[in-house]
Write a protein that binds this ligand. Structure first.
Ligand code: SAM
Length: 278
C-alpha cells in the first residue's frame, strides 16, 4: 500500500467512526508509523508503506475509531516548544493553555529567578514550558494525582528540565513559600456538563482533571495566603466564566485584574496581583 492510500483508507474509517478531523488524524497516524512528519506524508504520497507500518497503522486506527484521543494514540503531544508524553493518566494540554504560559512569562520576565507554583500540574505542561522558556525560573508543580505526577516527572526527565513535583491537594490550601507567581489550569467542568463533552474527553480524559467544583475559588484564596504582596496569579477559566472569576479576584482584593483572549478570541485567562498577606 502507498502512503496516500494509507491516509485515504484511515481517513474514511475515522470519518465513519464520527471523528471530526479524520483526514488530519489519518495524516498524523501515517506519519507516526513512518517515523516522519505530517508534512512529509503530504509530499510522499507515492512512497510505499512497509508491511510493518501497515500493521501498526491498523492498530492505531482501530484505537482512534473507538474515539480514543489522537494524543493518547500517538502517546505524545506538542505544547509550545515541547513534545510531552501523554496517556489517560493526564489531561491533554490544550492550545488555550499556551496563552496561560504566555501570560506567566510576561509577568515574570523582569525577574532573574522567579519562584512559580503550578497548581494541578497534570502532564507538567505549564511548569515545564515556563522553565523551558525562562531558564532562571524555579518551578514547583503540585497535583493530587500520583499517576499524573509520574507522567510529569517522566516528561521533566525526558526533556532535561528541572521542576519539583509534589503530591498536594489544593483544597487543603496551597504550600506557602515566597512564590512570585501562582498559575493554574484547574478542573472547571461542571458535573452536569460532562455528558455534553465529546466522547474523546468524557470517555478518556481523567475525570478529576475535568471536574473540580470550587477549585478556581480555592486556588484564588489559597494563592493569596501562600504568596506575599505583589505576587501574580494566572488562571485558565471556562468559556463564559472570565467575568465571574475577574469579579472574584477583585472581591478577594487582587489588583491589576485582567482578562486575555485565546487565539479564537474567547476570554480564557484571568490574572491579578495580590495586595496583602493573609
Ligand atoms: C485541567 S487539568 C490541568 C493539567 C495541566 N496543568 C494542563 O494544563 O494541561 C487539572 C489538574 O488538576 C488536578 N487536580 C484535580 N483536583 C485536584 C486537587 N484537589 N488538588 C490538586 N490537584 C488536583 C488533576 O489531577 C489535573 O491534573
Amino acid at each position: 500500500m502507498k502512503v496516500a492510500a494509507g491516509v485515504a483508507r484511515a481517513s474514511e474509517r475515522l470519518a465513519s467512526a464520527g471523528c471530526e478531523s479524520s483526514r488530519v488524524d489519518a495524516e498524523f497516524l501515517v506519519a507516526h508509523v513512518r517515523g516522519t512528519t505530517r508534512s512529509s506524508v503530504l509530499v510522499d504520497g507515492d512512497q510505499p508503506l512497509s508491511d510493518d507500518a501497515v500493521a501498526e497503522l491498523e492498530g492505531l486506527v482501530a484505537r482512534r475509531e473507538r474515539r480514543e484521543p489522537l494524543a493518547y494514540v500517538l502517546g505524545e503531544w506538542g505544547f509550545r516548544r515541547l513534545t510531552l508524553k501523554v496517556d489517560p493518566r493526564v489531561l491533554i494540554p490544550r492550545p488555550e493553555t499556551e496563552i496561560v504560559v504566555e501570560r506567566c512569562l510576561a509577568l515574570i520576565s523582569e525577574l532573574d529567578e522567579p519562584r512559580v507554583l503550578d497548581v494541578g500540574t497534570g502532564s507538567g505542561a505549564i511548569a515545564l514550558a515556563i522553565v523551558d522558556e525562562h531558564p532562571g525560573a524555579r518551578v514547583t508543580g503540585i497535583d493530587a494525582s500520583t499517576d499524573a505526577l509520574d507522567v510529569a516527572r517522566l516528561n521533566a526527565l525526558n526533556m532535561g528540565l528541572a521542576v519539583e513535583f509534589v503530591e498536594w491537594d489544593l483544597f487543603t490550601g496551597l504550600p506557602a513559600d515566597s512564590w512570585d507567581l501562582v498559575v493554574s489550569n484547574p478542573p472547571y467542568v461542571r458535573p452536569d456538563e460532562i455528558e455534553l463533552l465529546e466522547p474523546e474527553v468524557r470517555g478518556w480524559e481523567p475525570r478529576a482533571a475535568l471536574v473540580g467544583e470550587g477549585a478556581t475559588e480555592a486556588i484564588a484564596r489559597g494563592a493569596q495566603a501562600a504568596m506575599g504582596v505583589g505576587g501574580g496569579l494566572v488562571l485558565e477559566v471556562a468559556e463564559g466564566d472570565a467575568g465571574r472569576v475577574s469579579g472574584l479576584l477583585r472581591e478577594l482584593g487582587y489588583t491589576d485584574v485582567q482578562v486575555t483572549r485565546d487565539l479564537s478570541g474567547r476570554e480564557r485567562v484571568v490574572e491579578g496581583v495580590t495586595t496583602y498577606d493573609d
